[in-house]
Every structure is written in C-alpha cells, then in structure tokens.
Design a binder for this molecule. Structure first.
Ligand code: SER
Length: 316
C-alpha cells in the first residue's frame, strides 16, 4: 500500500481509517472520497457517489492509486427499511469498486460483517467456513459481496481481502443505522445522563470490537503476505462478545450509579437474534496474525474517558 483511495471516508470506519492511514503512509498518499464533503479535511478529498462508476475510475486513475478501500455501504437496520435502495447501493457500489480495482490493478479491501450469517448458522464459536443463509438484505449483500470479491480474485487476479467485522465501538464518528449501535449509544448516554434504555434485549450476545483494533486489523491484513492467505474474503474477527447487561456492568465498575432499563425494538432485536453469539477467529490469527488489544473493561475505561473529554469540550 503506497497510494490509497477510500470510499465512504466520512462514515463510521472511514473517518478514522483515513486519519490512521495518513499517519502511517503520509497525508498526500491517502485520498478520502465520500458523497458528502466534510466540514474540514486533513488531506486530499474528492466528492464521489459510488454509484458513478466512471468518476470512481477517473479519480482513482488521476490519483495514481495502488489500493482501493471500499467502505461506502448502508448498515443493517437502514437497509431493512429500504431494501431495494440497499441492494442498489451496496452491490452497485461494490461492483463499481471491483471494476475500478480490476482495470487499474489495485489491491482491494471491503468489509463484510457478522451480518453475513443467519439463523441456521452455528451460533457459538461460529466457524470461518459454515452455513451462510442470512435473513436481512444487509446480510444478503454481505454474502454476495464476499463471493464477488473471491470471484474477482480467482477470475481476474485482483488482490481482494476482507474481514467480517463484529459491532464496532468508537468515540469519534457515531455509527448510523446498525443493529450493534446500542453498544456505542450506551457510552454516550452514560456520560450525558447516567442512564440508558436498551433497544436490544437482556441476554442477547453479539460480537464487538473497539475501533483501534478494527483499524489495525485492516492494515495488518492488507500488509500480510498474499501467499499466507487461504480465505481472503472474508475473515472472522472478534475482540469480545457480550450482552447488554454485561456492558452495563462494565460501565458500573467506572460509574457505580449508572442504570439501564429496556425498551426492545422488535425489528433490531430480530436482526440481532439471527446473528452469531460469538465468532471463531482462528483462521485470521493463523493466516495473518490477527490480535485484538482491547477487551470489554479496557474499552469501557477508554471510551468513558475519551467521551467525557469530547462531550465536555463540545459543551464548553
Ligand atoms: N454493525 C453492523 C450493523 O449493526 C454489523 O456489521 O449493522
């Protein structure tokens, strides 16, 4: 990776990925693109609608990119509200990005998700290679995306790589329209109100990861020797698996007066119920050395500290 172009650069992952890559690879070597212009940009930026194949190709070509990271997509709950639009954007955008990568011979990354699994998938210690019959439009897009990326590797030799991200937790850019977002909201509400009402029911396990681990995983996978990769699209990775009451208990270790109750959202609960409880990430560990640094309590301490500083600064 020397000249990296990113789509969806203003999104939950993209906004932090751009900053990390600019530190590691040089500001001028990382081109951020998004459908909306950010208020400020720390380096090169182009407005790009990922549905515009020609413009995507032209921008990547003019920049002299050698790597494309395609991050633009709708998350699970939003996709359920408008499945046709989700299909068009998630699959159309991915096809345009893969075609750009094929024509310009770019290394390629796009994220898959725990959403690529469904109710018939083994729920505990979900294997790398297993049944994938998701029941959400987001999941259908993710499975099709994994297969497409494999297809571009085997048929055209495009160096495609990907991971199945669990719910991602960050204190920088809030997620939008995901099912795992409760695990981000809970920290904001803890700092602002000392209380959280969870839309996910007690006892619901989902895999999660702190954003610094997610960003490092992207870099490590992209820098891995191609010969060691057996799976490519897409590796199970996880850092922790918890229920709402377990994340609440972790917050109470730092904020003993924090309280939580429940007002379950049936739509997002149904999605959560169709996903695994915990992933087996042994293939990622064996093939490219994946390792997470943050567990639940370590993440909680860092989240609360950073959010206190951020929200205090915003309010003052
Ligand atoms: N965080 C995503 C969502 O909840 C899952 O990958 O939609």
């Amino acid at each position: 990776m020397k000249k990296i172009m990113i789509t969806g650069a203003c999104g939950q992952i993209g906004s932090e990925l751009v900053e990390k890559l600019r530190v590691e690879y040089g500001t001028e070597n990382v081109l951020a693109t998004d459908i909306r212009k950010p208020v400020s940009s720390s380096g090169p930026f182009e407005v790009l609608d990922v549905m515009d194949a020609e413009r995507m190709y032209d921008i990547a070509n003019a920049f002299g990119a050698d790597t494309l990271m395609h991050m633009a997509a709708l998350l699970s709950a939003t996709a359920e509200k408008d499945p046709v639009f989700a299909w068009n954007l998630n699959m159309g955008g991915l096809m345009n990005a893969l075609e750009t990568a094929r024509k310009l011979n770019l290394q390629f990354f796009t994220p898959s998700s725990i959403g690529a699994f469904g109710p018939s998938t083994p729920k505990d210690n979900t294997p790398q290679d297993t049944l994938q019959r998701p029941t959400t439009m987001y999941g259908v897009n993710k499975v099709a995306g994994e297969l497409l990326c494999d297809y571009y590797y085997t048929h055209f030799g495009v160096d495609t790589r990907g991971v199945r991200f669990p719910g991602l937790i960050s204190n920088v850019t809030p997620p939008g329209g995901g099912t795992t977002d409760y695990a981000v909201d809970i920290y904001y509400q803890a700092v602002e109100k000392g209380h959280y009402t969870s839309y996910i029911a007690e006892g619901t396990y989902m895999d999660m990861m702190y954003m610094p681990d997610a960003l490092q995983a992207i870099v490590d996978l992209m820098e891995a020797d191609s010969d060691t990769l057996v799976h490519r699209n897409a590796f199970n990775i996880t850092a922790m698996s918890f229920t709402p009451e377990q994340i609440a208990a972790s917050i109470q270790k730092v904020m003993p007066n924090f309280t939580m109750d429940y007002d379950v959202d049936p739509a997002r609960q149904a999605i959560a119920d169709s996903w695994p409880n915990s992933l087996d990430d042994s293939a990622a560990k064996a093939e490219w050395g994946f390792k997470a640094a943050y567990d639940l309590d370590k993440m909680t301490v860092d989240m609360l500290e950073k959010l206190r500083r951020k929200l205090y600064r915003t309010a003052s």
